[in-house]
Design a protein around this ligand. Structure first.
Ligand SMILES: [Zn+2]
Length: 502
């Protein structure tokens, strides 16, 4: 099906009600793998971070990573889940070349966390509660690279390479209950949910949750049912969507595609789908297996996980302030609108602004620079704000120089430009580029006298009461001082010298 065969979004919603399920995989930031002591550092030669356990050699015995379990419990608690008093790992049997054991160690009917919810905030401020089915522990697979073909896919490749460095890296899979009642806002809910979950995971410190690096990826399950009916339709499962925007687009596309198939009398195939970034479409993957095809059974080589209640309660007490509540608090402290707070969040600037105010800057200055000059630079250079070569401490120093009157906004922008260009700290840039506001009254007075002399006609107008004309003289002085004068003080001096009341 091509994009043009789709039913329009509005028409799709006029007849059908979307039901979504979101499965998010989070790669934990543990130092070692889930069931062995191998390093999780990925910037290593292929297959250098492997051992008999993660290579699945006969007789090798796995051991559970305690930090992996602790991270799973933290995530479960933050998602308002119940934490199992006793649970086991299970073998999920299927063959995959990058999974050397021929089974994935996962959890099946005994997840470590279950029955929770996450409140997410939509763009208009409305809160939507997403019910959580479960969060369970499992391991990642290795990685295949197909060589010799034009596309990097297996089709046309002459051979494939396998790297098991990633095999056994701990994953937490978080599964929602069917999300109903979102209607036309289903794609927006999906995006907001993944965004909120990402913030939560980062706040817990269990993963950096960088979607562009595959540390967090989302499967979007979607089905339609005729409006007014209860029974779920057949679902498709769009795999490994790895940006917030793509999650929204994938859900939207599938709503339109399902509607096109159903309204022309066709049936939806239960299958996995691939999402394509270029045009926002999805294409068929493989026919989806049912759970029974995996022949799940309890993992006999691992002891059950039975976290002590005291430990769980200790972890609960140590939970950080939840991101949504923290944002609400900051929004009030900063005195910004819902819309501005949303922009700050979308720009990934919340933590940077907090760090800048922690370094001593007033919050309005911190916001102004991160959301203005720096956001513009990040945009132009295609980087995230946190990837810019400037620190919150440096931004705070610029703010301090502005507050003390040593810099005006124009000069401050040049200082930031210098820091970004690698010229050094703000003070070094000020020094090197000679960027200080001219506060020497003698020098200013001379510059004002010169401007008056060179613009006699304008000066006469001002004397005659046309105070508004002073702007032209201020401009002349600013130009003469290369923008390094305090414009308000210049204006005062001009009016003083011409004997006019401001
Ligand atoms: Zn290993």
């Amino acid at each position: 099906m091509t994009v043009t065969d789709l039913v329009s979004y509005e028409d799709a919603l006029a007849s059908y009600d979307p039901v979504m399920g979101l499965e998010v995989h989070v790669e934990l930031g543990t130092k070692t793998k889930m069931f062995c002591g191998c390093s999780t550092e990925l910037k290593q030669d292929a297959n250098s971070q492997t051992c008999p356990v993660c290579l699945g050699l006969p007789g090798a015995l796995p051991v559970v990573n305690e930090i992996g379990v602790e991270s799973a419990i933290k995530i479960g608690l933050a998602l308002n889940c119940e934490i199992a008093e006793w649970c086991r790992f299970a073998r999920k049997n299927y063959f995959y070349p990058d999974m050397p054991k021929n089974f994935q160690t996962s959890q099946y009917d005994e997840p470590i966390a279950y029955n929770g919810y996450l409140d997410v905030q939509l763009e208009d401020g409305e809160i939507f509660r997403v019910q959580i089915e479960r969060a369970h522990m499992e391991e990642d697979t290795g990685k295949s690279t197909h060589v010799g073909g034009a596309t990097g896919r297996i089709q046309g490749a002459s051979h494939s390479l396998l790297d098991y460095n990633r095999a056994g890296i701990p994953l937490i899979e978080i599964v929602t209950k069917p999300i109903e009642g979102a209607g036309a806002r289903a794609p927006e809910v999906a995006k907001a949910y993944v965004a909120e979950l990402r913030e939560l995971i980062k706040a817990l410190g269990v993963s950096e949750a960088r979607m562009e690096m595959g540390q967090m990826r989302c499967d979007v399950n979607l089905s339609l049912r005729p409006n007014g009916t209860e029974t779920f339709g057949t679902r498709s499962e769009t795999k490994n969507v790895n940006s917030l925007r793509s999650v929204e687009r994938a859900a939207r596309f599938e709503i339109q595609r399902h509607a096109a198939v159903l309204s022309s009398g066709g049936t939806i195939v239960q299958e996995t789908r691939h999402f394509h970034e270029e045009d926002g479409s999805t294409t068929a993957g493989r026919i989806k297996d049912n759970a029974e095809d995996y022949r799940y059974f309890p993992e006999p080589d691992l002891v059950p996980v039975a976290p002590a209640r005291e430990w769980v309660e200790e972890l609960r007490r140590g939970l950080p302030e939840l991101p949504r509540l923290r944002r609400k608090r900051l929004k009030e402290e900063w005195g910004v609108s819902e819309h501005d707070m949303q922009s700050i969040l979308n720009a990934g600037a919340v933590d940077l602004i907090v760090a800048t105010t922690d370094a001593g800057a007033p919050s309005d200055q911190a916001r102004k620079w991160w959301m203005g000059e720096l956001a513009r630079n990040a945009n132009e250079t295609g980087r995230g704000l946190d990837a810019l070569p400037i620190t919150p401490v440096q931004v705070a120093r610029v703010a301090e120089l502005v507050t003390s009157g040593d810099l005006n906004d124009k000069l401050a922008r040049q200082v930031i430009e210098g820091v970004l260009a690698g010229e050094g700290d703000p003070d070094t840039v000020v020094e090197k580029r000679g960027l200080k506001v001219v506060s020497d009254e003698g020098a200013l007075s001379t510059a004002v006298d010169e401007a008056i002399a060179a613009n006699a006609a304008i000066a006469d107008k001002i004397r005659g009461g046309k105070v508004a004309a002073a702007g032209a003289l201020v401009g002349a002085v600013m130009k003469a001082t290369r923008g390094q004068a305090d414009a308000a003080r210049v204006r005062e001096l001009i009016l003083e010298k011409l004997g006019v009341e401001g």
